[in-house]
Design a protein around this ligand. Structure first.
Ligand code: NAG
Ligand code: NAG
Ligand code: NAG
Ligand code: NAG
Ligand code: NAG
Ligand code: NAG
Length: 386
């Protein structure tokens, strides 16, 4: 019953999104409430007393492969062990699950969201706040982004994942939201905004499933404008806040930059040659540039954007500065034992540490493998890659 309703809702949202070829500008309703708090019932996310803030990113966990075999469930046992070990060692202040939580191709309609319970169990156990983006494998005939979000909200008390307002996100892409981070719990305005975007992809739910758009919908661009305007009205100028963005599929502008990598300057595994479908709106050449509205608006409206962080391409770990927008992009680290891999790629996480709440200070980031080895450490600041 719940899943049937969820599907109806998804289709309802899809129709709203799909009907707007060129998005009508949304009514700009400025909220002047200085608290502007989307989480009134949850603990505030804050920097530590020493002024730092640490995020650990698990990406491409790919739970639920081949439940009818031995190796699929064993992969998930391994992935859960990795999560437990990393969480115990790293004790981050916030965790991001950056898409492809589930390999939806292999799941069953009647129980696919129970994989969410497995995935969030290690996070529930350590009581670390977190939120998720969703990937192309999270939209399949037997699972949708919408269903995963609703389930996560039901079973994870410290999930900060939210649905975008109706009409925002387009077909299959309801997971667009932001999370405020405060210096101190009593502060009236946040010093950092974490943005999360839904790059959709995969396939529509049900029988006669068809391919979904694989980019952040242009309705999200309009929504970024209304949200940033509301923030400026409530909290004052955007320059007072830092920002960091997460989206599962990299923006398409990243694709040609792979040829310009310098392994000294841009360290990290570079084993996944980007091609068709590796970045947004590249699966079908007819869709070229469809993520431009999102990308242009993100970079014009969101100030002090430290970096944009994506998963999706399991063999890549590097960061690079995107020269036209002058913004840094970083890949995650493939965390799950599920999903495609290759000898020597290993599994791990990306750690990100803000050294202070000052919104323009550079942040430190590196890859941590399951066994504790670290590599590809860089400081993302004004000097990086210039
Ligand atoms: C879902 O049901 C199938 C078929 O009964 C079973 O093989 C699978 O293990 C179940 N998956 C989960 C996550 O419970
Ligand atoms: C699980 O991890 C062990 C090492 O701890 C490895 O030998 C095994 O191949 C992994 N199993 C799967 C199915 O990934
Ligand atoms: C979806 O679930 C149904 C019912 O559990 C199952 O028969 C079907 O094979 C699943 N579809 C896929 C693509 O796995
Ligand atoms: C799926 O497609 C088949 C063949 O076109 C059609 O007969 C069937 O009614 C469709 N099912 C649904 C639920 O749309
Ligand atoms: C690569 O980067 C390093 C460190 O910034 C620099 O010294 C070197 O000249 C660069 N190599 C090339 C080929 O640009
Ligand atoms: C951890 O794994 C990496 C990659 O497999 C390996 O190079 C490194 O030696 C390992 N470190 C330890 C401490 O086992």
């Amino acid at each position: 019953m719940k899943t049937a309703l969820a599907r109806l809702l998804v289709i309802g949202l899809a129709l709203v999104g799909a009907g707007t070829a060129a998005p009508a500008p949304r009514q700009l309703t400025l909220r002047t409430d200085a608290s502007l708090d989307p989480y009134p019932t949850k603990p505030r996310i804050t920097f530590r007393e020493d002024g730092t803030f640490k995020i650990t990113v698990f990406s491409d966990l790919h739970y639920g492969e081949n439940p009818w075999d031995a190796w699929g469930p064993q992969q998930d046992v391994n992935s859960t062990a990795l999560m437990k070990r990393v969480l115990a060692d790293e004790t981050p202040d916030y965790v991001v699950l950056n898409g492809d939580l589930i390999t939806g191709e292999n799941t069953f309609r009647q129980n696919s969201t129970s994989l969410i319970d497995e995935i969030v169990a290690p996070l529930n156990a350590v009581k670390i706040p977190f939120s998720s983006t969703h990937g192309n494998h999270d939209n399949e005939p037997n699972i949708t982004h919408y269903e995963e979000i609703i389930r996560e909200q039901e079973v994870a008390p410290l999930s900060y994942t939210r649905l975008a307002p109706p009409g925002v996100g387009g077909y299959g892409g309801p997971g667009n939201y932001w999370v405020p981070v405060y210096q101190k719990v009593t502060d009236s305005t946040p010093v950092l905004i974490l943005w999360f975007f839904d790059s959709r992809g995969g396939f529509s739910p049900g029988v006669n499933s068809t391919a979904m758009p694989d980019w952040v919908d242009s309705t999200v661009a309009t929504w970024i404008q209304t949200e940033t305007a509301a923030m400026n009205a409530a909290w004052g100028p955007a320059k007072n806040r830092g920002a960091l963005a997460f989206v599962h599929i990299p923006p398409h502008v990243i694709q040609p930059l792979q040829a310009t990598l310098n392994s000294t300057r841009d360290p990290g595994l570079n084993a996944d040659i980007l091609g068709e479908g590796s970045t947004q709106a590249t699966t079908d050449p007819a869709n070229a540039g469809k993520d431009d509205d999102f990308w242009n608006t993100l970079n014009s409206e969101v100030k002090n954007l430290h970096a944009v962080i994506s998963g999706h391409d399991h063999g890549n770990e590097w960061c690079i500065r995107e020269p036209t927008k002058n913004v840094i992009f970083c890949f995650d680290k493939h965390s799950g034992y599920g999903g495609y891999s290759s000898a020597g790629w290993d599994h791990g996480v990306r750690n990100i540490v803000f050294p202070s709440p000052e919104p323009t200070n550079g942040l430190d980031t590196w890859i941590r493998l399951e066994n504790g080895t670290t590599r590809a450490r860089v400081t993302l600041d004004g000097s990086y890659l210039r």
